[in-house]
Design a binder for this molecule. Structure first.
Ligand code: HEM
Ligand code: HEM
Length: 183
């Protein structure tokens, strides 16, 4: 296993343990959530489900690249990239994912925001505002990456803090435990 993979796993473990600890603490101190079954909250749950699939779709690309041995951060395919003629189906699929990422990314952010607004009260536990901060982080640095005339250094920094799995691990774990707490 590569060194960076080991570090990511260790990091995931630490976040997991901290989240379980906070979940137990919050479960015992926060007032029980009142279940509201309004039309808007039902609609909001639908958006939550779509958000889950959208994020899964985004990280599927990274996973596929990892499985293909390209390394998570290497071989980033730029918009100008065209597949070599012998590209197989999987490669073509990855090129498709690369080309559509910005649109899928923006759509995901919008869906998460709509979900949050429809569910109301994003401060019910600390996981929810944390998720929103991470989503804002991905959005801001994603936009810097697409900003064509941005300074080189800003692009470099944006790439290293946007195209990585650390925020994804946190979003996944925080969303899971945040929803365990309201369920
Ligand atoms: C990564 C972002 C998020 C994803 C993928 C997500 C996903 C989901 C899903 C799939 C459900 C439906 C669960 C069910 O049908 O029982 C749900 C429900 C809910 N979500 Fe989210 N969510 C996200 C962020 C947030 C945030 C930031 C808030 C803060 C307001 C939030 C608040 C809620 C609430 C209150 C429910 C209702 C839970 C229940 O009554 O069972 N979600 N979410
Ligand atoms: C929650 C939303 C988002 C998530 C989770 C996310 C995640 C990622 C990840 C994991 C990568 C690296 C992909 C790889 O392994 O090859 C990446 C790359 C990138 N993202 Fe996002 N992203 C999001 C939103 C956005 C938005 C809104 C934009 C632009 C407005 C954007 C622009 C880019 C660009 C330009 C790259 C580098 C080129 C590429 O790999 O396609 N992202 N993103």
């Amino acid at each position: 296993m590569s060194k960076s993979m080991k570090r990511l796993l260790m990091y995931t473990g630490v976040i997991l343990i901290a989240s379980v600890a906070y979940t137990i603490y919050a479960f015992n101190t926060l007032p029980a959530a009142v279940e509201r079954e309004t039309f808007l909250s039902e609609l909001g749950e639908g958006f939550g489900e779509v958000a889950m699939y959208a994020l899964g779709f985004i990280y599927l690309r990274t996973l596929l690249k990892l499985l293909m041995g390209k390394g998570p951060l290497s071989k980033r395919l730029l918009p100008s990239y065209t597949p070599p003629p012998q590209a197989n189906m999987l490669k073509k699929f990855i090129v498709f994912l690369d080309r559509t990422h910005v649109h899928v990314g923006i759509a995901s952010v919008a869906i998460i925001v709509i979900h949050t607004v429809l569910m109301g009260d994003p401060m019910r536990n600390l996981f929810f505002p944390a998720i929103l901060i991470l989503v804002a982080w991905q959005t801001v640095f994603g936009l810097f990456l697409r900003w064509r005339t941005a300074p080189r250094d800003l692009k470099k920094v944006s790439f290293s803090v946007h195209a990585q799995l650390v925020t994804g691990v946190m979003m996944g774990i925080f969303a899971y435990f945040g929803h365990v707490l309201v369920d």
